[in-house]
Design a protein around this ligand. Structure first.
Ligand code: PLP
Length: 421
């Protein structure tokens, strides 16, 4: 039972020994005992269409016949070229260039470097990044700096850089968010505003309306501040539209995408930017080069998986599936609307969330792991963020599978009320 593996976000002293997953398919994981576990959080938000979508799996197999890793300086390859053209076509207008990396975190690091590089190369350097309270952008030092501070990054605090934080746009107090942004912009030091459009994911599935993004963009434009949309979670239909920015009719200057880019099959990320940002790095002077690379930039097999994902979006009724999932989620969430055991019933596209009312909330409150165990015993993969219970299923999930998840949430609240959880 002794394993050398150190798992992410796992307190090994408290966690029971882990079941092995031996196969995946549709909305389910199958474990070593043959149990079908409903993957109600899409394996940490990456699986969009469903596990092992045949079109994507076939594309990966075909790519393996031809490629492994290829250096991505001096040479290019077809999957990366096709994917970049495809991304520019479907992304918000004005995003004309595509920089590849390997994860959501690196796509945001790239975005921050592009923003600072833009101002540096333009001869009027700016060094501040503006973010939203409760944001999450990854686990590297730069993205932790931009994200909300707390128990997750307390040990690394001495290495994190300072950022300007906007209050979350609570309904009725939106003006405070805009005023704070105006104040930070007025310093002339803000290079970019980095936000998760519509939904703050790891920060507790906090939802805010699209109009906030449009107003923030207007303020940013007045001060020549770039807007970076971190669509790592919200992209690829999660928030209801292909990209969340579409709902605000906002064209960000930089857009980060990863998780659903390959349908969740392989790690890959892309940071898209405007021609203006690309051109600020274009020069006979080598010092203006965009100095960023990772060994596996634009891995051809991962790019082929992403090209196949684009084909799935084009050839299959993905938008209809998402529309029907949004409706199914809405119907099932409705039963909790008047339920006093829960607070803040909310939905953003395919994502639903509700807070179990508990005496002391917060991520480290015991209720999170206890809920997780409760769901695990019922073959449901649901990982509450503290007392925030959320569902983010693959788009192929069935009505019956969703019913099972919502019935378990109802039952969990009853157990909790009875002191049995
Ligand atoms: C998951 C996530 C990231 C980090 O992505 P990784 O692939 O885990 O590095 C960044 N931003 C947002 C909004 C995310 O949800």
């Amino acid at each position: 039972m002794n394993s050398p593996v150190w798992h992410p976000f796992t307190q090994h002293a408290l966690e029971p020994s882990m079941k092995r997953i031996v196969q995946t398919g549709g909305a389910c994981l199958i474990d070593e005992d043959g149990s079908r576990i409903l993957d109600a959080i899409s394996s940490w938000w990456v699986i969009t269409h469903g596990h092992r979508h045949p079109v994507i799996m076939r594309a990966i197999q075909a790519a393996c016949e031809t490629y492994d890793q290829i250096i991505f300086a001096e040479y290019t390859h077809e999957p990366a070229e096709t994917l970049a053209r495809g991304l520019v076509e479907v992304a918000p207008a004005g995003l004309t260039h595509v920089f590849y990396s390997d994860s959501g975190s690196t796509s945001v690091e790239v975005a921050l470097k592009m923003a600072l590089g833009f101002f540096h190369n333009s001869g009027a350097p700016r060094s501040r990044i503006c973010v939203m309270e409760d944001g999450y952008h990854g686990d590297t030092i730069g993205t932790m700096s931009a994200g909300e501070r707390g128990v997750f990054n307390a040990a690394y605090e001495p290495l994190l850089f300072g950022v300007d934080r906007l209050p979350f746009p609570v309904t009725g107090r939106e003006q405070a968010t805009f005023d704070a942004f105006e104040r930070f912009c007025a310093t002339g030091q803000v290079a970019a505003l980095l936000i998760e459009p519509l939904v703050l994911g790891a920060g507790g599935m906090r939802v805010y309306p699209a109009t906030i993004i449009s107003e923030l963009k207007r303020i940013a434009e007045r001060h020549d501040v770039l807007m970076i949309a971190d669509e790592v979670m919200t992209g690829w239909g999660r928030a209801g539209s292909l990209f969340a920015c579409e709902q605000a009719s906002v064209m960000p200057d930089i857009l980060c995408t990863s998780k659903g880019l390959t349908g969740g099959s392989l790690p890959l990320a892309a940071t898209l930017c405007t021609a203006e940002i690309f051109e600020a790095h274009l020069s006979a002077d080598r010092r203006r080069t965009f100095f960023h690379s990772s060994s596996y930039t634009a891995n051809p097999i991962a790019c082929a998986a992403a090209v196949a994902n684009l084909a799935v979006w084009k050839d299959e009724p993905v938008r209809e599936r998402i529309g029907s999932l949004v409706g199914m989620q809405q119907e099932r969430l409705a039963r909790f609307q008047e339920d006093l055991r829960f607070a803040s019933i909310r939905q953003a596209g395919t994502i639903t969330a509700l807070d179990l009312r508990v005496p002391a909330g917060g991520y480290l409150s015991d209720v999170g792991p206890r809920l997780r165990a409760f769901f695990r015993e019922r073959n449901l993969l649901i990982r509450p963020l503290g007392n925030v219970i959320y569902l983010m299923p693959p788009y192929c999930v069935t009505a019956a599978e969703l019913d099972r998840a919502y019935d378990a949430i109802d039952e969990a609240a009853a157990y909790f009320a009875a002191g049995r959880l």
